[in-house]
Design a protein around this ligand. Structure first.
Ligand code: GUN
Length: 367
């Protein structure tokens, strides 16, 4: 609720609710204004660069009956995934230590990497480092690009039977000659800390069933919403992207939390219009700056999963990382937004550590 004093109406306070508006400055149709002593007024809400301007007009006439303007600098709250992820790592480390002291068992995570994709190798290195930092044992297998699928299955089977391993992760994508489905099916349901086994995904989708694990990136997105006190129940959520790793499970997870969920994908006819309905947006498409300011309803909360390199001659690396959402525009419209980098990225690994701890506790019946 915003309040403004009107010139000539010294005692009157207008209360305005900011509901959807058109980012290009044209009139939004659901902005509501309540004033106690006169006919209802409509509010025109325009946004130019970093400024939000409110001006008042009567419903009956196109000419303003009063002139009052409220201009505010609008800037969304930054959802700091880096800091939340650090808190979660500290919580996991404390629990790992308590478990070791109590029953002499440390959680163990096995990671299988096939091939030489640079970004996959970086993710796996970061996962290993994060395990070390919280006292989780890590086991790594690195196989050449041209390995046979059978070779991967053999390692999975060994880790399935190893009681010191509580979580198994096969880094995706796999080389194209491998059948991803066969490989994900082979991971023991009880050690599927990625939550990608079809039975875990199926249970995520079903009412009255619970998966043993929820995929790490979507779980991290929802954890950010929880830790920032964003209400999900009854809200409209739009997930942009329908990948098996992020978009699809994110939509299922939001639905489990009682949001009304739409999925926007490459064949959606009017993605801007659908997205503009959302109170919560999770974007995971891998398209730099695709979601513009005028796709966003004022006050929406934005979780940007995209990590996209774009050329930047001024950067020493020659590129910079940007999200799927145009941050400069979005932060003037949204109420809260994750930055890239430093938003969802660190949460994925924090959730992997958390899932591995959950698995070890469950296997050893440790509360
Ligand atoms: N590739 C990109 N994200 C992920 C992930 O969360 N898990 C696995 N296994 N592979 C990935």
């Amino acid at each position: 609720m915003a309040s403004i004093k009107l010139p000539g109406f010294s005692s009157s306070l207008i209360k305005a609710r900011f509901l959807p508006f058109n980012h290009d400055g044209s009139r939004g149709n659901t902005v509501v204004c309540i004033r106690r002593d006169v006919d209802p007024l409509s509010l025109e809400f325009s946004s130019t660069n970093s400024l939000r301007t409110l001006s008042l007009r009567s419903y009956a006439s196109s000419s303003p009956v009063i002139s009052a303007k409220l201009t505010t600098e609008a800037s969304a709250k930054v959802i700091d995934g880096k800091s939340v992820a650090k808190t979660i790592r500290d919580e996991v480390a404390a629990e790992v230590s308590r478990m070791k002291d109590a029953i002499g068992v440390a959680p163990g995570l096995a990671v299988i990497l096939v091939g030489n994709k640079k970004d996959s190798a970086t993710y796996v290195r970061n996962k290993k480092k994060a395990c070390e930092s919280v006292g989780i044992n890590s086991f790594e297998v690195h196989l050449p690009e041209d390995s046979a699928e059978q070779e991967v299955l053999k390692f999975i089977s060994g880790f399935n039977d190893d009681p010191t391993v509580h979580g198994i992760l096969v880094q995706l994508p796999l080389p194209s000659h491998m059948n991803e489905q066969n490989i994900l099916n082979a991971v023991s349901l009880e050690k599927d800390v990625d939550g990608f086994h079809p039975l875990n995904i199926g249970r995520l989708a079903m009412r009255g069933r619970d998966p043993l694990f929820v995929p790490c990136t979507p779980k991290g997105c929802v954890e950010l919403l929880h830790r920032y006190g964003v209400e999900i129940k009854g809200k409209r959520a739009v997930v942009i992207g329908r990948s098996n790793i992020v978009g699809m499970p994110a939509a299922l997870l939001l639905q489990r939390e009682d949001a009304t969920v739409s999925i926007v994908h490459s064949r959606t006819k009017n993605p801007e219009e659908v997205t503009r309905q959302a109170d919560i947006i999770i974007s995971a498409v891998g398209q730099p700056n695709m979601v513009r300011g005028n796709w966003i309803k004022p006050g929406a909360v934005i979780i940007d999963v995209g990590i996209n390199p774009v050329e930047d001659s001024k950067s020493p690396r020659g590129y910079q990382l940007v999200g799927d959402v145009c941050y400069e525009e979005a932060c003037k419209v949204a109420s809260a937004i994750t930055p890239v980098p430093g938003g969802v990225g660190p949460m994925t690994i924090a959730m992997l550590l958390s899932n591995t701890l959950i698995s070890a506790k469950r296997m050893h019946n440790f509360q």
